[in-house]
Design a protein around this ligand. Structure first.
Ligand SMILES: O=P(O)(O)OC[C@H]1O[C@H](OP(=O)(O)OP(=O)(O)O)[C@H](O)[C@@H]1O
Ligand SMILES: O=c1cc[nH]c(=O)[nH]1
Ligand SMILES: [Mg+2]
Length: 219
């Protein structure tokens, strides 16, 4: 796997990451969503540098010029709920992308700390020979990404795969390295070292889905 750990290099990205982590700033859910969206734009821009391009000619009012334009058919697939603002950020830049949505949530049995990933909803176009971009802001154990990839297999074989995440845990990064093809790219803003007993990234930011959309009842 090609791992692109983007906060290792100083940029405005660090400002947005510090705001989504900050216990005071993250209480403003509109700002939280917008920051995730802005991070999606930046990660998408960085990813775009590794896509395939084709020479085109553009006609201006005063003449013609040659320019290389992306030649890949992109499918953006995000994991509900927390993936929604990240998806919006990516779609802000990849105007003609096709889109897929999948629900993957952690089901805890009673008070137990262990959980299973439940995939219930999936809407996806044909993936054959396309560039699949899987987006989820939190890469904790890596099981949601892996379950999503398994669920998408019957929709065709993409020619390239990019995983987009905002905060990853080292353990989750290792898990996706094992469960995705070798040529897969991982674009992650920040990588944290710890994962607690309930599968939360430490220091992470808390629950991304709740911060973006509010608390949900467990049932
Ligand atoms: O790497 P993993 O261990 O699989 O964990 C990461 C998953 O957890 C979060 O979703 P969550 O289950 O909290 O659902 P939500 O988006 O509805 O809050 C997050 O958005 C990922 O999908
Ligand atoms: O730290 C974590 C782990 C999974 N999901 C989240 O929203 N946060
Ligand atoms: Mg959540």
């Amino acid at each position: 796997m090609h791992i692109h750990h983007l906060s290792k290099e100083n940029s405005i990205l660090n400002q947005f990451i510090s705001e989504i982590r900050n216990i005071k700033v993250q209480k403003d859910s509109m700002r939280f969503r917008r920051n995730i969206e802005r991070i999606g734009e930046i990660l998408g821009y960085e990813m775009s540098k590794t896509l395939n391009y084709e020479p085109k000619t553009v006609t201006t009012p005063l003449g013609e010029t040659a320019i290389d334009i992306i030649d890949d058919q992109i499918v953006l697939c995000s994991v509900l709920r927390a993936g929604v603002p990240l998806h919006t950020g990516l779609l802000n830049y990849f105007d003609t992308a096709e889109n897929a949505f999948i629900s993957a949530y952690r089901h805890h049995k009673g008070d137990s700390e262990s959980f299973e990933i439940v995939v219930e909803y999936l809407a996806c176009p044909d993936l054959e020979n396309k560039t699949l971009v899987l987006a989820d802001p939190m890469l904790a154990t890596g099981q949601s990404f892996a379950s999503t990839f398994n669920a998408l297999k019957s929709f065709g074989t993409p020619k390239d795969i990019h995983l987009i995440s905002v905060i990853g845990a080292q353990k989750g990064v290792e898990y996706v390295v094992e469960h995705f093809p070798e040529q897969t790219h991982l674009w992650v803003a920040s990588i944290d070292s710890e994962l607690n007993d309930r599968g939360y990234i430490i220091p992470g930011l808390g629950d991304a889905g709740d911060l973006a959309f509010g608390k949900k009842l467990q049932h």
